[in-house]
Design a protein around this ligand. Structure first.
Ligand code: 13P
Length: 253
């Protein structure tokens, strides 16, 4: 059985005072939650704050993007060794918002994941189809191509040290969650591709993201190939996020 993980993607939200309150709420209750792992992925300026606030806690932390380059004339970019420098362990790559708003293609996403891996970080590699792609019946082609590109750049060894997140674009921030069966179908498909890369790659956690809430988390996490959640909006609310973490801890699979 793979241990579940609940990761909160704060996106471009937060502030020193608001973060202190949110992190304090999570820390106060962390002892009441079962065995699932928990992480927060925060904007770059707040990495130092979460590093210090979460030191010695059960909650891991990381960034939301990383450069594919190690250093150089890339104004505004942040390199993986810089994140690793002060203890960052996780980084999201290829979130659909970056693919759409910053024209990141799957090759670039793969290179970002590889750069993270080379610095000892665990990339959370996001894949997912748009509403038009789902309606056109090409979900498998789209997510299959996205994951294949990541495998081709990082190799099976690199992928086996990564985390995958399936985030259907039509379910992000819309309140429209994929049904547990829809999520399971795509997760199982992705697992098959990962398995054919290597047995170890087939065992990586595959998180579901897209309007995960306390109310739907248990049903999603009950699916055999849903290993937890990448949570946006609900990760900014202590009670919602704690209930999602609890649901992951209570899940049978
Ligand atoms: P929401 O949970 O707000 O739909 O966001 C999902 C997401 O994009 C997490 O990365």
């Amino acid at each position: 059985m793979r241990r579940k993980l609940v990761a909160g993607n704060w996106k471009m939200h937060g502030g020193l005072a608001a973060n202190r309150e949110l992190l304090g709420g999570l820390l106060n209750q962390q002892a009441t939650v079962g065995s699932a792992a928990c992480a927060v992925l925060v904007p770059f300026p707040y990495l130092a704050q979460v590093s210090s606030a979460l030191a010695g806690s059960r909650i891991s932390w990381g960034a939301q993007d990383v450069s594919e380059h190690v250093s150089g004339a890339f104004t505004g970019e942040v390199a993986a060794p810089m994140l690793a420098d002060f203890g960052c362990t996780l980084v999201i790559v290829g979130h659909s918002e970056r693919r759409a708003l910053h024209s990141e293609d799957s090759r670039t996403v793969g290179k970002k994941a590889l750069s993270a891996l080379r610095s000892g970080l665990t990339p959370i590699i996001c894949v997912g189809e748009s509403l038009a792609e789902r309606e056109a019946g090409v979900t498998r082609e789209i997510v299959g191509q996205q994951i294949a590109e990541a495998i081709s750049v990082c190799g099976a060894g690199g992928i086996s040290a990564s985390i995958i997140a399936y985030e259907p674009v039509w379910a992000i921030g819309t309140g429209k969650t994929a049904s547990p069966e829809q999520a399971q179908e795509v997760h199982e498909f992705l697992r098959g591709i990962l398995m054919s890369a290597s047995v170890e790659a087939g065992q990586v956690p595959i998180l579901y993201g897209g309007s995960v809430k306390a109310a739907n988390a248990a049903a999603l996490f009950a699916m055999p190939d849903v290993d937890g959640g990448l949570v946006g909006g609900a990760s900014l609310l202590v009670s919602e996020f704690m209930d999602i973490w609890r649901a992951a801890s209570a899940a049978r699979y």
